[in-house]
Design a protein around this ligand. Structure first.
Ligand code: SAM
Length: 343
């Protein structure tokens, strides 16, 4: 225990790089995704059932102060990148001042946000001011009728305002587009044209089996990369050795890049550097597990920083080898929504 204590607090007692968080398969964990709310102003058909899901009572959601404390502890342990997500992060009051606080956390080198863009445009100056390292915008179609069918809301104009506002402020931007059973080649071509015109990465995402998404996903997903090669014969895979969930492709004449996120087929588990905290305060060391540590209960029990840190390290050292094993080991009576996980 003595060594363990020394190890996790080494960065405080001895200057120098933190030993970091390494899992039982040797994967360095450096990236934390923080879902700060389960609320969302869209009802995407692959994410939430039309009738919606009951919201988590407010008192069951981690407070922003609790979240900030946890981020500080995670960064002491070796996390260097944090992504704020949800639900829709901008539906939570205080989101921007929370980001300002995170920016000051020791050891946090890279701060990102994932948003649907509905309410984001008004905050772009703030995001620029805090030097946000990246904004991921979810956008599955450029057609307003189809947008309404997919999201069950009519907010495409607001999302496009966020897109163009981010570009004009030179906020580093990625667009995430979920490929669905009825996504046609023309749609893919129109979305890809954004990466032709602008210096952004447009990433196509396999539909994953979470609330609202059908299990038949594999039919849509299996051939996503070969489908892109067919539509864009000049596509070339860019070499990228950093741990990433996306495979990235360049195309002659494009200012930006295209990408594919194979979340359903789980091709990237071997280099997974990510853990998640859900809005209700569960730590997940895999997207497909059911939560491996109740951080909220621990924090609210009065545990001190050392106890919480030790519990986190123990979970990271007991990770599933991949998302298939995590899913097999985690019984689910109903599929959770990505909005409750922090997609
Ligand atoms: N509200 C924010 C947004 O829309 O970007 C953040 C949360 S949202 C759950 C994060 C991402 O998860 C979005 O890009 C969304 O499209 C994606 N997502 C949700 N359900 C999914 C599913 N079943 N399969 C694939 N991606 C999904």
């Amino acid at each position: 225990m003595h060594n363990f204590h020394n190890n996790i607090f080494q960065s405080q007692s001895e200057p120098g790089p933190s030993p970091g968080l390494r899992d039982n398969y040797g994967r360095q964990v450096t990236y934390l995704r923080l879902a700060i709310t389960d609320r969302c102003n869209l009802r995407c058909r692959y994410c939430r059932p039309e009738a919606g899901v009951p919201f988590i009572p407010h008192e069951e959601i981690l407070t922003l102060e609790e979240l900030e404390r946890l981020v500080t502890l995670f960064c002491n342990l070796g996390i260097t990148k944090v992504r704020v997500t949800g639900g829709e992060p901008f539906t939570r009051r205080g989101c921007i001042s929370f980001l300002v606080k995170l920016r000051r956390v020791n050891g946090l080198r890279s701060l990102h946000i994932t948003t649907n863009g509905v309410k984001t445009a008004r905050f772009l100056d703030n995001l620029k001011d805090i030097r946000i390292d990246g904004l991921n915008l979810s956008l599955d179609t450029l057609d307003s009728e189809r947008f309404s069918r997919i999201t069950r809301r009519n907010y495409l104009d607001s999302v496009l305002q966020t897109l163009h506002g981010s570009l004009s402020r030179e906020i580093p931007l990625k667009i995430n587009s979920v490929i669905q059973e009825d996504t046609c080649d023309e749609e893919i071509t129109k979305l890809a044209a954004l990466a032709k015109q602008f210096p952004i990465t447009l990433r196509f995402i396999e539909t994953m089996p979470f609330s609202g998404a059908k299990r038949s996903g594999i039919i849509v997903n299996g051939n996503l990369i070969s489908r892109l090669h067919r539509i864009f014969p000049e596509l070339e895979e860019a070499e990228d050795l950093s741990p990433t969930t996306a495979r990235i492709f360049s195309h002659p004449g494009y200012r930006g890049k295209l990408g594919v996120i194979q979340g359903f087929s789980r091709q990237f588990c071997g280099t997974c550097n990510k853990v998640r905290i859900t809005p209700a305060g569960m730590l997940k060391t895999c997207l497909y597990d059911n939560g491996v540590l109740d951080l909220k209960a621990l924090v609210r029990s009065g545990a001190d920083d050392q106890e919480i840190s030790e519990a986190i390290v123990a979970c990271v050292q007991n990770r599933f080898v991949n998302g298939h094993e995590a899913e097999r080991s985690s019984y689910r009576s109903t599929e959770p929504s990505m909005a409750d996980i922090g997609g």
